[in-house]
Design a protein around this ligand. Structure first.
Ligand SMILES: [Zn+2]
Length: 355
């Protein structure tokens, strides 16, 4: 058993020990936190100015109990569509597509990829356009003004299906489903999208092609996916270079390509050196060289051709390739754009593809 209580912060994806406390404090502190968050969620009122929401989860290990407290408010605070890192062209297309009164948006990415932040930003944008927005979440990641959030819980809303039914009865224009994990939820959501609702859902897959394959594997009807989906988004988060200490250097293309996806070879062919950026470290970024994070996106807007391919249940990867030939930027290409323009580092991009 550890002889001290270690308190660590995870900032921008990196874990750092902040303070060591006497071992004797452990039990008292764990008890205190647990009693403050009996449901796993606690809200702190900061001087009546804002409420900070924290998710708490604990687990016992041979070395003792570990508590993880995730600051939910900070992650998604006030992020609008323009703050996420989506380029102007795609943003324009997203807005046009979301102006259609009904349809389905699938947002996919691993845990911590920022997919819920994107879903919230879309909801907020629609709510500002006077749409009635309802979300069904398990758990509610943070309270959002303008959205009626339904928390899945054993007493009132025992499942996402029940929540979805409730949202439909409430004449909602827009319904966000926290995470689609099985066929019955996917089918209900697809039905709602075909029936005149704007649906926004999140999934855990790594790119747009794999998201489509997942839907097929779950057993969703290709026809139903093709007719109701207007957008499949896949995303990741990378650390942003601190603007106060950003510097640049010439990188050797051959070496850079070793750690990056093959498809970027084409983008860099014919060049031996290229300018890349990094943060030198300063007081603003606490000597880390990074400040905040930015999203990397792959946004597939469904054209007639892509719908036809989904309809005949083509493989997700070939649909994705077709989308690329029609102008879709892949995660790798969007990531490279963010390296080239000094928003993130080559190391961050290669880490994103290793994770
Ligand atoms: Zn800095």
């Amino acid at each position: 058993m550890a002889d001290h209580l270690s308190v660590k912060y995870k900032v921008d994806g990196e874990l750092k020990e902040i303070v060591r406390l006497p071992h004797g404090w452990r039990e008292m502190l764990v008890e205190e936190v647990r009693s403050m968050a009996p449901t796993g969620i606690m809200d702190f009122d900061i001087h009546g100015i804002e409420i900070v929401r924290i998710a708490v989860s604990g687990a016992r290990f041979p070395s003792g109990e570990k508590l993880v407290m995730k600051l939910l408010t900070e992650v998604t605070k006030n992020l609008g569509l323009v703050d996420l890192g989506i380029d102007e062209d795609d943003l324009k297309k997203i807005r046009e597509s979301m102006d259609e009164p009904y349809g389905m948006v699938w947002i996919s990415g691993p845990e911590g990829s920022g997919r819920t932040t994107t879903a919230y930003a879309l909801c907020r944008w629609l709510s500002a356009k006077n749409k009635k927005v309802v979300s069904i979440e398990d758990p509610i990641e943070m309270p959002i003004a303008g959205i009626d959030q339904i928390q899945v819980n054993p007493l009132t809303t025992p499942s996402i299906e029940v929540g979805l039914q409730l949202a439909l009865e409430q004449e909602s224009d827009v319904i966000m489903v926290g995470e689609v994990k099985d066929l019955s939820v996917a089918n209900l959501a697809l039905k709602a999208a075909t029936g005149g609702r704007r649906m926004i859902t999140t999934l855990g897959d790594s790119d747009t092609g794999k998201t489509l394959n997942r839907l097929f594997e779950m057993g969703c009807e290709p026809f139903s996916v093709a007719s109701s989906t207007d957008m499949v988004v896949s995303q990741r988060l990378v650390k942003k270079i601190c603007p106060s200490c950003r510097a640049s250097k010439l990188g050797d293309v051959a070496i850079l390509l070793n750690s990056l996806p093959e498809e970027l070879g084409e983008k860099l062919s014919g060049r031996t050196k290229i300018r890349v950026y990094y943060g030198k470290g300063c007081d603003v970024c606490k000597r880390t060289g990074f400040l905040g994070r930015v999203g990397i996106f792959e946004i597939m807007l469904l054209s007639e051709k892509l719908r036809n391919m989904i309809n005949i249940k083509s493989d997700g990867e070939s649909i994705r390739k077709e989308a690329v030939s029609l102008g879709m930027k892949t995660l790798a290409v969007d990531g490279w754009e963010k390296v080239r323009t000094g928003q993130t580092t080559v190391e961050e991009l290669s880490r994103m593809f290793k994770d």
